[in-house]
Design a protein around this ligand. Structure first.
Ligand code: PMP
Length: 427
């Protein structure tokens, strides 16, 4: 597969942007080699600038659950553009998107739109602190919540991949109010609450982790967290930026029947445009300016294009209910990949919830970051490049989940399993 043009464009990019990219995960640092420069996406496929086609399992890191260039989303965007792209003032579309979110996400009574997942989590922890008058936030190793200073402690995703759990520039003062615990460790969480009691403003967590690869919650972990937060008056913040509208229409909270106090959203809620949202209990959300006193604002928040794409995406998901089919397709992919690895003599285990999946190059179930860190990331990198050469675009790190979209056909899944068989053998 020739990628001459890709190489030329990226060579220029390196002189223009740090590392040649606008976000680190896409630089392919974890798998070695150069990123591919893309020109367009359609359905389940991405096309690079050299005209090569790839079956896309990243979907822009989650948002493209309907596939690229979905006709309904495209039409909604065209219509919105014709009316002007930003007013910094109320629009009816904001109501429509807010109504959809409140209707779909079980725990959300009021919602505020922002511009990214990072803004959503940053705002939610400020609100938790403002609401409780307490300082400490609990997070879990290997969970990523965006590049919020105080949450860039033992973070997953690119932070894990690049081995900078504590970024330079995050001061000890900022990090000192963040307490990090191992994921799925119910006992550690219980003990922490018994020790710190009323100091804890909130617990932020991924209900299905995507950012150390896909790691589901252990039985009882979220249930105990709910009980502890209620008992000690801490705000339970479910970060559904990745799992929201993904593992079920109403997110992980619907799938597992857990009611958080606040929910953070992003990715799918903007249908591929920059958006984020946070919402939850009306009494807590009532503390945000101008209803209350906790400051949070944004020039482009509730942007006409982003809300148009979000509305089109959520409405289409509601109307088509792709979730049972997504689950079945991803299960078939999971089983096919595990069998292909096994017949090539390569030990792998999987983590999957609905259409989020990771094949770990490891021989025991991955429950937390300490176990995830033992994966054979070099082998994953070689596997990744073998797939690229066969026109399959998997996450460029062992520590990122892959996503199946409604646009992937059974033939795409079959082709991917065939490519993986060859790829595992070539290792
Ligand atoms: N939370 C989670 C769970 C995420 O996966 C991400 C991004 N991958 C974020 C927050 C941050 O979102 P954004 O990149 O839109 O700032």
């Amino acid at each position: 597969m020739s990628r001459t043009k890709s190489h030329e464009i990226f060579a220029r990019a390196k002189h223009l942007m740090p590392g040649g990219v606008n976000s680190p995960a896409r630089a392919f640092g974890a798998v070695g080699g150069e990123p591919i420069v893309f020109e367009r996406g359609e359905g389940a496929y991405l096309y690079d600038v050299d005209g090569n086609r790839y079956i896309d399992y990243i979907g822009s890191w989650g948002p493209m659950i309907l596939g690229h260039l979905h006709p309904v989303v495209k039409e909604a965007l065209h219509a919105a553009v014709d009316q002007g792209t930003s007013f910094g003032a109320p629009t009816e579309r904001e109501n429509t998107l807010a109504e959809l979110i409140i209707d779909i996400v079980p725990s959300v009574e009021r919602v505020r739109l922002v511009n990214s997942g990072t803004e959503a989590t940053m705002s939610a922890i400020r609100l938790a602190r403002g609401f409780t008058g307490r300082s400490k936030i609990v997070k879990f190793a290997g969970n990523y919540h965006g590049h919020v200073d105080s949450l860039l402690v033992a973070a997953g995703s690119a932070a894990a991949t690049l081995g900078v759990p504590n970024s330079p520039g995050v001061t000890p003062g900022t990090a000192q109010d963040t307490i990090v615990l191992p994921y799925n460790d119910t006992q550690a969480l219980t003990q922490l609450f018994e020790t710190h009691k009323e100091e804890i403003a909130g617990v932020i967590f991924e209900p299905v982790v995507g950012n150390m690869g896909c790691v589901p919650p252990a039985k009882g972990f979220l249930e105990t967290m709910r009980e502890l937060c209620t008992h000690y008056g801490a705000v339970m913040i479910m970060d559904e930026v990745m799992s929201g509208f993904r593992v079920a229409m109403g997110g992980a909270q619907q799938l597992f029947g857990i009611t958080p106090d606040l929910t953070t959203m992003g990715k799918i809620v903007g249908g591929g445009l920059p958006i984020g949202a946070y919402g939850g209990r009306a009494d807590i959300m009532g503390h945000i300016l101008p209803a209350g006193e906790v400051f949070q604002a944004g020039t482009l928040s509730g942007n006409p294009l982003a809300t148009a794409a979000g509305i089109a995406t959520l409405k289409t998901l509601k109307e088509t209910n792709p979730y049972p089919e997504l689950d079945a397709k991803t299960k078939r992919l999971e089983e096919g990949l595990l069998a292909a690895a096994s017949s090539a003599g390569i030990p792998t285990v999987s983590g999957r919830v609905g259409s989020m999946l990771t094949i770990f190059f490891h021989n025991e179930p991955v429950l937390n970051w300490d176990i995830a860190a033992q994966c054979d990331t070099a082998a994953y990198g070689r596997f990744f490049w073998q797939l690229i050469e066969r026109g399959v675009y998997f996450p460029c790190s062992q520590y990122e989940a892959l996503f199946v979209s409604a646009a992937h056909t059974d033939e795409d899944i079959t082709a991917t399993i065939s490519a993986a068989k060859e790829a595992f053998k070539a290792l």
